[in-house]
Ligand binder design. Structure first.
Ligand code: CA
Length: 209
């Protein structure tokens, strides 16, 4: 009988509705700073990128990359098992159209990586948005989004903005208006869960007696 009630409890828990709550990613609009190396909230590697003030999806600027040796990332706190969604906008201007040679698979994307508390040890395979390629339209901000559950041992999520793939490419890809949100149970659902968690053992005790 106990098994039966536990099954019901799990089923109800899984059916609960969720709300989106901002994760502690900061400066998703990539504003401020004088170059890739000092944008508030973000860390970068490589020389092949810059702040761009002549176009932006939000605020006064965006960040753009033109080679796969360069990228940006930011860590934020996560809870293992909880689902997170990373999203943002990618863009290429006609004046510096992102292009490739035939057979090339160069692309840009947003990635979500998972780390354990030391910030170095991977907690499991990361996830990546649909690729932004030269097949995407120029002069149009393209929305990209990816969702996934943080592995059980993850305490850090890392959003990564980068160009990947192989082979020569030219032009530039810009990133802006980035966000990370967690899907958490609704408050009313939480109240129900707490009630259930308190009530279930009592119920089981009573049935056993
Ligand atoms: Ca911006």
């Amino acid at each position: 009988m106990r098994k039966h009630w536990l099954k019901l409890f799990v089923a109800v828990t899984m059916a609960c509705s969720t709300a989106s709550v901002q994760a502690d990613l900061v400066n998703g609009d990539v504003e401020g700073g004088t170059g890739l190396a000092d944008i508030p909230g973000w860390l970068s590697w490589g020389p092949s990128g810059a702040l761009e003030g002549s176009y932006a999806h939000s605020g006064a600027q965006c960040v753009r990359l033109w080679w796969d040796d360069t990228g940006l990332f930011q860590n934020f706190s996560v809870i293992g098992g909880q689902t997170y969604t990373a999203s943002g906008y990618l863009y290429t201007p006609t004046s510096e159209r992102y292009t490739w040679d035939v057979g090339n698979n160069t692309y840009a994307s947003l990635k979500l990586e998972w780390y354990q508390a030391d910030g170095v040890t991977s907690a499991g395979p990361g996830i990546e948005t649909t690729r932004f390629t030269p097949d995407d339209l120029a002069d149009v901000w393209a929305f990209r989004s990816i969702s996934g559950a943080a592995p059980a041992s993850a305490t850090i999520g890392r959003m990564v903005l980068a160009i990947g793939g192989s082979g020569p490419a030219s032009g530039t890809v810009a990133f802006d208006s980035l966000s990370a949100v967690a899907a958490v149970p609704e408050p009313s659902t939480m109240a129900f869960l707490v009630t259930s968690l308190v009530g279930l053992p009592m119920l089981l005790r009573r049935r056993k007696a």
